[in-house]
Design a protein around this ligand. Structure first.
Ligand code: FAD
Ligand code: DHB
Length: 419
């Protein structure tokens, strides 16, 4: 027999967008249920992003899930661009009036959000299979799924599609109802986790004739490294020996610098694409995060954009439930899309400036170096990179909602927020 659940907002996907949305709604007294296809262990251990913008850190802190992030995250006040055998530091502090980024792994953000949900007794249904959305063009949408073979139907007022780029929500929108702007890049990244001490105090983005390399970090004992590769490369073809050899070549510099090697304990390949759905809503279905837009990871924007979307969606839904007004919901896409396109521009720029692109002949390669020389030697160009990298303040509606929430709340020792 089909089990029935009633809630105000059915959220599909327990990624950063879905989990923060559920948290922010709870903050405003709105009930939601999160449906996630993967297990909790898989969600809490999948390694992805690591760079949080200042506004993201502020958002997570204000809403009561920033305690561990503030304690364990690493604040970086700059990044390094390395090309033509030299390293150039982009000083965020000087160029952006003291703003910074924080290195804190995406799955740690998810663990904090899941802990806050458990603490508040909010339900996250993991291993929810065959999720499907229905009647999104009516005021009573439904979501069906099975859990342990038990068919279940969720009756709700709204559906939030936070199920990433390959999820089921966006494809549920009738063809022609949204425009999809996209560009597939013939570039892959091989991401590695390595047991070693950091090779650098700050991230190194390296441009080399053989392709891009990135030195990032996670903890004093675990490092995150990336190498540009072919999108359809077989991970098995990247032996440890080949990886270290390629990293040493691409990161070569005339300065006194050494790549610290260690045991590689994880490798995976990600392909890149740029995509924007416009509008990010259809009927009672609202898309957020990668379900609505995706950027190549070079600018470190995806996670930050996902959280910014839900910082707009949560108060818009709250306004509807509290006053019956739907103005903010109607303007949801308009509010989010300028930030999305700004991140698209920046990510595309960082990607083209630093990668070896298909069919890149000598002339284009020289232009790339000229571009990077200009960026590091012009105060205006360095400032432009810095301000985009540290990110922009959240949209005014999100800021106003957080400010109102902050004046009514205090943060408990557990990291959850009490009103
Ligand atoms: P997701 O994280 O994709 O979450 C979607 C969730 O929905 C998943 O848990 C998925 O299992 C679930 N789901 C999917 N389909 C269904 C279904 N049918 N039913 C139920 N559940 C479903 N961004 C940054 O800001 N900074 C960085 O430094 C950065 N680095 C990155 C490095 C790499 C290698 C990669 C791959 C990405 C990086 N990103 C970065 C991007 C960032 O990881 C994503 O933009 C972010 O995860 C988007 O969050 P989301 O919640 O929208 O989607
Ligand atoms: C990391 C990921 C990115 O996409 C990036 O641009 C910088 C750092 C990381 O995983 O640490």
């Amino acid at each position: 027999m089909t089990r029935t659940i009633h809630t105000q907002v059915a959220i599909i996907g327990a990624g950063p967008a879905g989990l923060l949305l559920s948290h922010l709604l709870h903050f405003r007294g709105i009930e939601s249920i999160v449906l996630e296809v993967r297990s909790r262990a898989a969600v809490e251990s999948t390694v992805r992003a690591g760079v949080l913008e200042q506004a993201t850190v502020d958002l997570l802190t204000i809403c009561g899930v920033g305690e561990r992030l503030l304690r364990e995250g690493h604040v970086h006040h700059g990044i390094n661009l390395r090309f033509a055998g030299q390293t150039h530091r982009i000083d965020f502090e000087r160029l952006t009036n003291g703003r910074a980024i924080t290195i804190y792994a995406q799955h740690e953000v998810l663990r904090d959000l899941i802990q806050a949900a458990n603490h508040a007794g909010r339900e996250i249904i993991f291993e929810a299979h065959d999720v499907q959305v229905h009647d999104i063009d009516t005021s009573q949408p439904r979501v069906t799924f099975t859990q342990d073979g038990q068919p279940t139907e969720v009756h709700c007022d709204f559906v939030a599609g936070c199920d990433g780029f390959h999820g089921v929500c966006r494809p549920s929108i009738p063809a022609g109802a949204i425009d999809c702007h996209q560009c597939q890049l013939q570039i892959g990244w091989l991401g590695m986790l390595v047991e070693a001490a950091p090779s650098s105090k700050e991230l190194i983005y390296a441009r080399h004739e053989r392709g891009f390399a990135l030195v990032s970090t996670r903890t004093p004992h675990i490092q995150r490294l990336y190498l540009q590769c072919e999108p359809h490369d077989d991970v098995a073809a990247w032996t440890d020996e080949r990886i270290w050899s390629e990293l040493r070549i691409r990161l070569e510099t005339r300065e006194d610098w050494q790549l610290i090697q260690g045991r590689i304990f994880q490798k995976c390949i990600v392909t890149m694409r740029s995509f924007v759905a416009d509008p990010m809503q259809y009927g009672r279905l609202y898309l957020a995060g990668d379900a609505a837009h995706i950027v190549p990871p070079t600018g470190a924007k995806g996670l930050n954009l996902a959280l910014a979307d839900v910082s707009v969606l949560a108060p818009a839904l709250a306004e509807f439930f509290e006053t019956g007004r739907s103005d903010s919901l109607e303007h949801y896409s308009e509010t989010c899309l300028p930030r999305v396109w700004r991140a698209q521009r920046f990510s595309a720029w960082m990607t083209t400036a630093l990668h070896r692109l298909p069919g890149m002949e000598d002339y284009k390669s020289r232009l790339q170096i000229a571009e990077l020389e200009y960026v590091v030697h012009s105060q205006a160009a360095s400032a432009s990179l810095a301000e985009n990298y540290v990110g922009f303040p959240l949209p005014a509606v999100a800021q106003a909602s957080l400010a109102a929430g902050r004046s009514k709340t205090h943060v408990c020792g557990t990291g959850s927020t009490c009103t």
